[in-house]
Design a protein around this ligand. Structure first.
Ligand code: GRF
Length: 192
């Protein structure tokens, strides 16, 4: 199964995915794409020996990126800190084959503007007792696709949004590769 990772930021989740899949038979990361030319994820791809591209938001909206992914025969798309909305045609072309990771227990603290530290600050300010991460399928609405997995942590003793962020990120690195590879490998089983 050929996987593309799309990310806008530092790419620690992308790095965890590349690291895990490099030792997973049957799952290959063939491309890392970012809408930010200076994003740390592009350097992480280079370090891992994975091809990478920079694309613009117009490339995403106008189908150029979709065409590129089809040209290199991508089967699955994993979003890992990707900040642009996926267009409907893209979602249809990869139906049930796009996953995203979100740093809260959706539907809580999801939706427009809820990304990165904004999420953890909101969790901290709401004095939530628990937080965590959600892995979900992607549809054309932000953070609303079917939930596949949630990992939870007790945050009642944590004293800042930064601490919550760091604990949630550990969960993300632990579970995203495991959950994604299980789904990807399972999708190889022919439908009976
Ligand atoms: C993660 O918290 C992820 O849940 C969210 O964006 C963040 C990306 O972090 N979608 P990184 O770039 O993988 O370090």
């Amino acid at each position: 199964m050929r996987v593309a990772i799309l990310a806008s930021g530092s790419g620690s989740n992308a790095a965890a995915l590349m690291h895990c899949f490099s030792a997973t038979e049957g799952v290959d990361v063939v491309l890392v794409g970012s809408n930010r030319s200076g994003a740390g994820v592009l350097e992480k791809a280079q370090q891992a020996g994975v091809s990478s591209i920079h694309f613009t938001s117009d490339d995403l909206a106008g189908g150029v990126l979709l065409k590129k992914l089809k040209t290199v025969n991508v089967d699955w798309v994993l979003l890992a800190g990707f900040l642009l909305q996926i267009p409907i045609e893209f979602c249809r072309a990869f139906e049930n084959k796009i996953l995203n990771i979100h740093p809260s227990l959706l539907p809580k603290f999801g939706g427009k503007g809820m990304y990165g530290m904004n999420v953890h600050r909101a969790v901290f300010e709401a004095a939530e007792k628990e937080s965590g991460m959600t892995i979900h399928y992607v549809n054309e609405c932000f953070d609303e696709g079917e939930i596949v997995f949630q990992g939870r942590i007790d945050v009642s003793q944590l004293t800042s949004a930064e601490e919550i962020s760091s604990e949630v990120l550990k969960l993300e690195h632990e579970y995203y590769p495991r959950v994604a590879s299980a789904l990807i490998l399972d999708s190889k089983t022919p439908v009976k």
